[in-house]
Design a protein around this ligand. Structure first.
Ligand SMILES: Nc1ncnc2c1ncn2[C@@H]1O[C@H](COP(=O)(O)OP(=O)(O)OP(=O)(O)O)[C@@H](O)[C@H]1O
Length: 334
């Protein structure tokens, strides 16, 4: 389907040669190489609807980049299938390249020794974008990303933030339906990060582009994504909206209460534990971080106020960083 991503039972194994230590080890490795298999992605399935922004999350080495490399046609899967805008990326790389744009935050697809604007012109010719359309799009991107202040500079002299903004523009100049972004704002300052996020929001909300994003930045996830897919050790462990994930793993709240009478005997409440108790100060938390019975922070607040006479009460809600940490811990234990 136009603009959609469809991944079914995708697996990718890498075979590498282990280098034995020392000089004799190196010689033995040369004569009798020891091969090990690493399953980077294992039987994952998910889809992204046209016009949706999905965040693909997971700890280091989880298999996110490998997945993106398959979807951009750089890698062939060991088994399973992938379709991007109706095209099998690793079978029809050129056709896929016309439908997609990709930014790998750590690398550039621009010509190192050319000024940015010349790289844009080369890409215009490669993708056969009409001149007027190219100029109009460049103007639109300049308004959002402030490119003209540095687009006559050679790529090798750009700062990281300038380079990634240029890469983003370059990836989208041929107006692809699907955009892959692998840690696009890594190492950027907060102002540039926000500029890039605003640009991406525009691409999704105004231009209806489909975006698959990997990031370790939870603020980015919170600002941009409605749905996330979490992978761990190459396996998909979670696929849901941010709201669902918060409901499931976000019960790491604490309710801090000051009791009117410091001698009150404090007992746990249904689904609520006493985490700390010193004189009049009591900290309550969820008895379990999962399950349908775990009370929400608001239910806990109500329960504490109904049960105890308090002179002061405050809540600390879990932020997305805590929620994802709980989800990772759950994935690790599964
Ligand atoms: N070309 C390769 N050859 C051998 N192993 C590889 C290759 N590429 C990736 N791997 C391994 O596959 C696993 C998944 O790597 P991948 O780069 O997909 O993870 P990631 O989720 O993107 O991690 P990060 O968040 O650190 O970027 C890792 O264990 C990695 O070492």
């Amino acid at each position: 389907m136009s603009g959609s991503i469809d991944v079914r039972g995708l697996s990718r194994t890498f075979h590498t040669t282990v280098r034995r230590p020392g000089f004799t080890g190196a010689l033995r490795s040369l004569v009798n190489p020891e091969r090990v298999a690493k399953q980077a992605v294992c039987d994952i399935s998910f889809d992204v609807a046209p016009g949706e922004l999905l965040a693909l999350l997971g700890p280091n080495g989880a298999g996110k980049s490998t997945t993106i490399k398959v979807l951009t046609g750089i890698l062939t899967p060991t088994s399973g299938t992938a379709r991007v805008a109706g095209v099998v990326p690793y079978e029809e790389r050129e056709r896929n390249a016309r439908n997609i744009g990709a930014v790998f935050g750590q690398r550039t697809q621009l010509w190192w020794d050319l000024p940015v604007r010349e790289s844009f012109a080369i890409l215009r010719d490669i993708y056969e974008v009409p001149k007027a359309e190219h100029a109009a799009r460049l103007k639109e991107f300049d308004d959002l990303l402030d490119l003209s202040s540095f687009w006559d500079t050679r790529v090798r002299h750009l700062s990281l933030g300038q380079r990634v903004r240029s890469d983003l523009a370059a990836a989208l100049l041929h107006d692809p339906q699907v955009v892959f972004l692998d840690e696009p704002t890594i190492g950027m300052d907060v102002v540039v990060k926000e500029q890039v996020r605003e640009f991406l929001r525009h691409q999704v909300e105004q231009r209806g582009r489909t975006v698959l994003l990997t990031t370790h930045d939870m603020t980015e996830v919170e600002r941009l994504a409605e749905r996330v897919v979490l992978i761990n050790h190459g396996r998909l462990v979670l696929d849901g909206s941010l709201d669902e994930i918060r409901r499931r793993f976000g019960s790491t709240w604490q309710v801090r209460a000051t009791l009117a009478d410091a001698h009150t005997e404090v007992q746990p409440l249904p689904g609520i534990e006493v985490l700390r108790h010193e004189g009049a100060r009591v900290v309550f938390g969820p008895a379990s971080c999962e399950g349908a019975d775990a009370p929400t922070v608001h239910q806990a607040l109500k329960a504490v106020i109904e049960r105890y006479e308090v002179t002061d009460i405050a809540i600390d809600e879990a932020d997305l960083e805590d929620v994802m940490r709980a989800a990772y811990v759950h994935a690790e234990a599964a």
